[in-house]
Design a protein around this ligand. Structure first.
Ligand code: G6P
Length: 474
């Protein structure tokens, strides 16, 4: 599916692409394929669709691949200068827009919008302009372009100026902040982000809640008009339709992958490490501020304190994989997770029982092993666009799993009925939910797991992707 200039009929644009490159010691390159909803969604359109994935060079290895002209067929990696990328990605995307949408600021001290913000914002403009130009160069007449996430909020409007013939969609994988919080952004930036997304024909979200928040921001900040049915925003004579496409788990892929030999090996190892017969409370996340891993550990500690009968009978398996380590706050958070796990092990551990099994090296096969064995899954984010772990665990569970789920995760809209739902800030309630999950009768747990798996797989990535294309029409 080699797509040449001006030939692609379907284009996807995202910061992180399907493949990443690493430089080897001898100056060569190795590549690594990623997974996720976009990868499996795109595969649903088949190899002959003239599709192209435009993504950014994220690392020195990626930039080297661009220099050498190495690349996957069907993808176009663009390299902006490293300092521009770093300022756009770390400064604006991950420290500003991510923080606003997940409501992560500690507001007495942050945010501070000063000169360094100003130069980071200029980099974000440059990086978005580079994407818009690449898409304009690569797209065939009337092509459909699906722009992804908060890294690329300005692209729809910039691209529309360059290529008014294109059909443009924007999809947010994060929550959207309510207007009072969104207004923390400087007025000019808040307006630029909203008008950037409104450059699309359709702006789509994972849940109705996030779509409504976006519409409320448009009304509040821009004075835009919302249609009576709440499905479209009109601003300066142009109308942008709103869409909701929940993303579900990829059941076929997961069930096949979770039964390969490497997962079976990890199951044996995990059983040996946690001890026979012990209940497992499992969580798997990027070590991400919004995932609320620290409060999860506090809740587990409280469980052991308030319900001492669980001591020696349960292990908290916490897989917290490295993320965004260029940012000091993420490094500090990672250290806090490790410190707290150690503190709990020191407080309660015995000669043959380690209460918390924390692993920070990324291993997908081991994650699947933990999914299969979990008696309880803990998914307690402060805010989350969807959270696929909540959907994946019930799909591959061997013996049924009780799901403790934050009411601030997008998955809550589809999964609340059969989960034990919690306010993610409330450690007492989370500890009690863990206790209820551990004591849930087996038959009830099995029934709930079946219904959770059905809800989790109702919208597979292929449908999620094709529905968006359909909705763009043409
Ligand atoms: C979230 C975002 C994605 C992003 C992912 C990993 O799920 O919505 O756009 O790719 O986090 O973050 P990273 O910064 O490593 O790409």
């Amino acid at each position: 599916m080699e797509a040449s200039q001006r030939a692609a009929r379907i284009l996807v644009a995202s910061n992180r692409g399907p493949v990443s490159y690493t430089k080897t010691a001898d100056g060569g390159l190795t590549s690594r394929r990623g997974g996720g909803g976009l990868v499996s969604g795109l595969s649903a359109i088949g190899p002959d669709a003239d599709a192209l994935w435009v993504c950014a060079a994220l690392s020195e290895g990626d930039r080297e691949a661009v220099r050498q002209g190495v690349g996957e067929p069907g993808s176009h990696m663009i390299a902006v200068p490293p300092e521009v990328f770093a300022a756009a990605y770390n400064g604006i995307a991950n420290s500003t827009l991510w923080f606003v949408h997940h409501m992560l600021y500690q507001t007495p001290l942050e945010p501070v919008f000063d000169e360094s913000f100003e130069s980071e914002w200029a980099a974000y403009e440059e990086y978005n302009a580079a994407f818009a130009q690449a898409l304009a160069d690569d797209a065939a007449e009337g092509a459909a372009v699906l722009v992804q996430d908060y890294h690329l909020t300005l692209v729809p409007a910039l691209l529309r100026e360059l290529r008014p013939d294109l059909r443009i969609g924007h999809f947010s994988h994060t929550p959207w902040a309510p207007p009072d919080y969104f207004r923390l952004l400087p007025d000019d930036v808040a307006r630029r982000v909203l008008t950037g997304v409104l450059g699309a024909d359709r702006a789509a979200f994972l849940t109705r809640r996030w779509a409504d928040a976006f519409a409320a921001c448009c009304v509040d900040v821009l004075g835009a008009t919302l249609s009576e049915d709440g499905q479209a925003v009109t601003y300066q004579g142009r109308t942008t339709r709103l869409g909701v496409h929940g993303l579900g788990a990829d059941a076929d892929f997961l069930r096949e992958r979770a039964h390969r030999d490497d997962v079976a090996e990890r199951i044996t190892a995990l059983r040996a490490e946690t001890g026979p017969g012990r209940r497992l409370i499992v969580r798997v996340d990027r070590t991400e501020l919004s995932k609320n891993i620290v409060r999860g550990l506090h809740a587990y500690r409280r469980l052991l304190r308030v319900h001492p009968g669980w001591r020696e009978r349960v292990v908290h398996v916490a897989f917290a994989y490295p993320s965004r380590q260029d940012l000091a706050l993420y490094r500090d958070y990672t250290a806090e997770v490790a410190r707290l796990a150690e503190e709990i092990n020191d407080e309660f551990g015995t000669a043959d029982w380690q209460p918390v099994l924390l692993r920070m090296d990324d291993d997908f096969a081991r994650s699947l092993a933990a999914y299969r064995l979990a008696d309880v899954a803990l998914v307690n984010p402060i805010r989350d666009g969807m959270n696929l772990v909540a959907k994946e665990v019930p799909v591959v569970s061997d013996n049924g799993v009780a799901l403790v789920l934050s009411r601030e995760a997008g998955a809550y809209e589809e999964m609340a009925a059969d989960a034990l739902t919690v306010n993610p800030y409330d450690i007492r309630a989370t500890a009690e939910a863990l206790n209820a999950a551990l004591t849930m009768p087996e038959a009830e747990r099995a029934d709930r797991t079946k219904r959770l798996a059905d809800a989790a797989t109702a919208l597979p990535p292929s449908k999620w992707f094709l529905d968006q294309l359909d909705a763009l029409g043409g």
